[in-house]
Design a protein around this ligand. Sequence first.
Ligand code: ATP
Length: 222
Amino acid sequence: MSVDSKKPILVIGLGRFGQSVARSLDRMGHEVLGVDSNAECVQLMAETLTQCLEADATDKGVLERLGVGDFEAAVVGIGTDIEASVLTTLALADLGVPQIWAKAVNENHGRILERIGATSVVFPEARMGERVAHILSGKMIDYIEFDDDFAIAKMVAPKDAVGQTLGQSRIRSMTGITVVGVKRPTKDFEYAQEHTQVELGDLLIVSGTRENVEKFVAGESN
Ligand code: ATP
């Protein structure tokens, strides 16, 4: 679900998360209207964003006057104040904003946001925690997990695969893992093929179920 690059995007709640989303959208060329009830946050972002306003977003009348019904997408970056997050999301849904991305601080908060009209709920702290744990505890260099139990990891090529082609090491049939690509230092990224040779120090991008990826990276697959 992406937005037309010319359509302005509303970012409500300019804490660390909201600021980061707003700055990135601005860098990507979107017009961004930032809203926060805290004057300091508004001041901090005023120079970066197209427009930045101090307002209480839980007030539907205020949002209506800001013309939020004309926005194709809104991001609710309010987290800790769950009541404010819920009321803001509800007001945006009532005003017909088609895409509402809302940040949740826990699963129950996320369930409520979905029920009242958020089209996408994100759990930035939980996701980052998961990622750090995987990178810290294993040989992964990077790790992304998707909701449907699918994961992608970047890892140093395992010893067993070194000196062989991907076809010879039979990684997929032995482990259920698909190697997506191989990156050798100083060489371009190469999409994985049967004849792709794996050398010592190569980085592999691998994908599969979370369990298979974790086992493969830990060297427990065979
Ligand atoms: P982060 O971790 O992103 O810094 P947080 O999870 O601690 O944020 P909050 O402190 O609840 O989340 O809110 C983030 C921002 O949302 C703050 O800058 C706060 O001023 C703003 N905010 C809170 N309530 C409202 C509201 N009713 N209307 C507009 N902005 C609000």
